[in-house]
Design a protein around this ligand. Sequence first.
Ligand code: ADP
Ligand code: MG
Length: 704
Amino acid sequence: MNTDLINVAEIFGEDVFNDTVMQERLPKKVYKELKKIIEEGGELDLSTADVIAHEMKEWAIEKGATHYTHWFQPLTGVTAEKHDSFISAPMPNGKVLMSFSGKELIKGEPDASSFPSGGLRATFEARGYTAWDCTSPAFVRHDAAGATLCIPTAFCSYTGEALDQKTPLLRSMEAINVQGIRLLRIFGNTTSKKVTPSVGAEQEYFLVDAEKFLQRKDLIYTGRTLFGAMPPKGQELDDHYFGTIRQRVAGFMKDINEELWKLGVSAKTQHNEVAPAQHELAPIYAQCNIAVDHNQIVMQTMKKVACQHGMKCLLHEKPFAGVNGSGKHNNWSITTNDGINLLDPGRTPHENTQFLLVLTCILKAVNEHADLLRESAADPGNDHRLGANEAPPAIISVFLGEQLEDVLEQLVSTGEATHSLKGSKLKTGVKSLPDFMKDATDRNRTSPFAFTGNKFEFRMVGSRDSIAGPNVVLNTIVAEAFGDACDRIEKSDDAEKEIHDIIKEYATENQRVVFNGNGYAAEWVKEAERRGLPNIKSMVEAIPSLTTEKAVKLFEKFKVFTREELESRAEIKYESYAKAINIEALAMVDIATKQIIPAVMKYTKTLADTVIAVKEAGADAKVQADILKETTKLLADTKKALVALEKVAKTAAGKEEGKVQATYYHESVVPAMEKLRAPIDALEMLVDKEVWPMPSYGDLMFEV
Ligand code: ADP
Ligand code: MG
């Protein structure tokens, strides 16, 4: 085990081409120019880019880098990279130089034809460009391939359509910047120059033993267990959550922190999660697009470091049935360049008009675009979580807490908020413990969109997904609400009265989305229905919200997506859903046919031999015969379900790609998969552990 002590302050950011490095290494004029572009936007001229590229390369080579890559986020859900070494063509003396030009830094041209484009680009138009996002710092990554200079980039088609996650994210950040500044100016703020969303993503994950993982084809092919009976112990004792971290996992955490710190990711919090073998890591929040990149780095590093510790990191939303799945809490706030958080209510929120306007705008945004927010968290894995009796329900609602709900209540009933509830003293009743002031509001863990002091926490996001999508939606819908309010206020003769009216109006009209109760309760589903809130239960049902007229109007207005881009994204999502379920169905068929049925047949033979032997010995073989009967019956059920699954999977594969096919997978293949799983899980409980062809849930979750 690695027990070296770490000097955090010293290693933090050592592999990042950050502001300190730039200031040290770049000529003053170049540094200033780049800094201006990072802060205000604009285009780098090629000669400046050349100087930056040269310094970046020298720095990277000192860190051992031999290659560079444009690191981008196509619509596959993971990052992509193509590595080029720094070497130039050999010189007459047979040696090479290490070179890296400004052009190579700012623009790349990966073959785009193999990335999902959803019809945006015919395969013969293979050109795609990656463009340097200088607002997210480059870094050197060390792995088995050596050291590589990674340059965060956006990825677009030849005609400028976004083929990735980053491009719309940057566009949405611009939208909220413009509208946020407008709003601040209305309230007399003339000094803040920029408004940026801040994001902190808490990442949940599972760790399992690598050797056991490799004995599970389902985990290998799909990232989740397709079969598996519950062990005698699950998460019911609540003894894992925040429990003492096992030594092997602690070793992993130590190393991952170190790696992340070197990469400038401010890994801060780590703890055990609810399910056995489940954990969480949260960094300190950062500017939205950096937080998105950092979350990708976190996920990649987790996988790598887990391998180094003989484990596998599972990022699937639902690796195990019957225990909690994994998500990602997307903490989101809006901050100015001079440190103002627009979501900070202060001590007396009822007097804070700017905050009340911001808050009611967010309520309006979330209420009107609940479907988009829900869609942004849709992925095949998340279908197992959202609304399935854990994690947040599939219904979007907003938790405000007692204090703000009370202020809102006052606004709605009288048009005026006159007081704010205060936190009281927390009395422990133990003399040696200090009494302290508790918050005015308790937490609520069941709300999908919860106000937590000075930020909103969107809790629906899947553990495996990029957080780019949810933030694109949040930034844009709030920009729209800000924009609409600003339009009215700027036009009005009496701005103060208009602001007051808007706050009351938005609070009243959007009150239905506010819910402070238990989001997991069955009554909430009924109540939400009564309120007319959408309850979108699956990914396939969520995708159409991307292309409604309402969505197209919103995204086109703020130049985040064109209609074509939205349509292409919907196509890609249908396709990726169909592919994911197809792989799962085929994996199930494969495992059932080649591993489980043969194992059970062998076992029935053993049982049959036993029955005969016991009878021959003159004893009663009733128990043995009963077990044999039960096993044979379940085996027959398995075979029947297997044939049925094969049939629907075949039909599905022949369907027209897109919505039709995805819907068929959702409605016909998924239920057939569940039908195959049931008898097999029952068999697992019956069959001798020695002959069961793969490690059990207990082996995976409790023996890490
Ligand atoms: P929890 O929600 O589990 O209580 P914390 O309150 O520690 O956890 O915060 C969770 C995440 O929220 C962290 O990544 C933290 O940096 C981030 N966060 C805290 N304040 C803000 C903010 N103003 N804006 C965005 N993210 C924030
Ligand atoms: Mg949280």
